[in-house]
Design a protein around this ligand. Structure first.
Ligand SMILES: Cc1cc2nc3c(=O)[nH]c(=O)nc-3n(C[C@H](O)[C@H](O)[C@H](O)COP(=O)(O)OP(=O)(O)OC[C@H]3O[C@@H](n4cnc5c(N)ncnc54)[C@H](O)[C@@H]3O)c2cc1C
Length: 361
């Protein structure tokens, strides 16, 4: 049996645990200091900006392409195994284009996607108004519709992954924190960690601890610079569905997502708030207000909405390297980093799990 320890049970750790659990002869343990999806994943909206992202090549596109495809099989697989109904919006994403947006760039992306068997539609203003009558803003010139992008509830998805992985034999230790890595770079075959419940040993150690990955790599003097970027969001209730009841896609305007949840409820988010020079990131109430005002500017009906809930989370953003950070910890053969997913951890979780499996095997 090959022993694998995964630190962190956000969407990334849970996806890795589940995908690894499908491989025989592995003894997998996940260590989480709190509960599943209690970090960044707990705040996420689960919008999968894949086809509609500007990414065309390299690993950025490869990961998106893989993840979108894997989600199509993963969701039914998890639902069948666990009986958990995972909320998925399959009506796509409508991205609003404003004056000054480069329409030609979107036409080129549409062509590129078509060559790779993905669809994008470019809508003029009139067609947008027919499809999404709730959108009313003189500044909007067109829209891009991505029917194959999805939105998935990240918290329920994480719980389903944990349940399915448990069923496949993965051991989860919740309420246990990893304090430091004890093994040195020379120890190739055995990785030791100190936890709040004693020391543990494994053949592979996978750091999927989001922002918590940085103190762990610090413990072996390896620099992994992840900075917190705050995101605030809110849940709204309106009197009747916005726009057409039968067409409720995610609408994205000026980097704000309006996510339909059913029952006349919507998520609206998220702000992007960078840390100060000292690395402190504190949610600013006026930025949440501004986000709501910006959304009302393109969807005026939102001004009558009732705010049911507001929350914030911190996205793990790598400094000086692109997100995400997946690969071997420098000088360590059997310690893997699977972290720093910044704004796209839910989208990229399946591809991250695949990359980890490739590295292990
Ligand atoms: C408001 C907001 C909206 C977002 N919307 C989207 C979106 O629409 N689509 C999308 O793809 N992404 C979105 N994101 C980004 C996404 O949430 C993150 O990229 C993703 O959740 C990262 O997942 P993770 O598992 O790596 O980290 P986390 O979810 O932070 O999980 C890490 C886990 O490790 C645990 N941990 C840390 N240190 C230790 C330790 N020493 N010992 C034990 N356990 C430890 C933590 O408790 C935590 O549970 C959003 C983020 C925010 C804040």
């Amino acid at each position: 049996m090959t022993r694998i320890i995964i630190v962190g049970c956000g969407i990334v750790g849970a996806a890795i645990a589940y995908e690894l659990s499908l491989i025989p002869s592995l003894e997998i343990t996940v260590i989480e200091q709190k509960t599943p999806a209690s970090g960044s994943t707990g705040a996420a909206l689960g919008v999968l900006m894949g086809v509609i992202s500007g990414k065309k090549k390299g690993r950025a596109w490869k990961y998106r392409d893989y993840s979108l495809r894997r989600y199509e099989t993963l969701i039914p697989e998890l639902e069948a195994k666990t009986g958990v109904k995972i909320p998925v919006n399959r009506q796509g994403i409508v991205k609003l284009l404003f004056e000054g947006d480069n329409l030609e760039k979107w036409r080129q992306l549409q062509q590129n996607r078509q060559n790779n068997n993905w669809q994008l539609e470019i809508w003029d203003r009139e067609y947008l108004t027919n499809q999404c009558p709730q959108i009313l803003d003189e500044r909007i010139v067109a829209a891009v519709y991505s029917p194959q992008d999805r939105q998935i509830n990240p918290q329920i998805l994480t719980k389903a992954l944990v349940e399915a992985a448990t069923d496949n034999g993965v051991e989860f230790k919740f309420g246990v924190s990893v304090n430091k890595i004890l093994s040195s770079a020379q120890e190739e075959y055995s990785q030791r960690i100190m936890t709040s419940q004693g020391n543990l040993e494994s053949d592979w150690l996978i750091l999927a601890a989001g922002l918590g990955s940085t103190p762990l790599t610090d413990s072996v003097s390896q620099k992994l610079d992840l900075r917190p970027v705050v995101g605030q969001a809110m849940k709204l209730k309106v009197n009747q569905d916005l726009g057409l009841a039968e067409f409720q896609p995610v609408i994205t305007g000026n980097d704000i997502h309006l996510v339909p949840l059913g029952n006349q409820e919507y998520w609206l988010g998220a702000t992007v708030e960078f840390p100060d020079e000292l690395g402190n990131a504190i949610a600013e109430p006026e930025l949440l207000e501004k986000m709501k005002a910006d959304a009302i500017a393109f969807c005026p009906e939102l001004k009558n909405a009732t705010i049911l809930e507001t929350w914030s989370g911190k996205r793990p953003r790598p400094q000086g390297q692109p997100a995400p950070v997946i690969g071997k910890l420098a000088n360590y053969q059997n310690v893997l980093l699977a972290t720093g997913h910044y704004r796209n951890g839910v989208l990229l979780a399946p591809a991250t799990a695949k990359e980890v499996i490739d590295l292990i095997s």
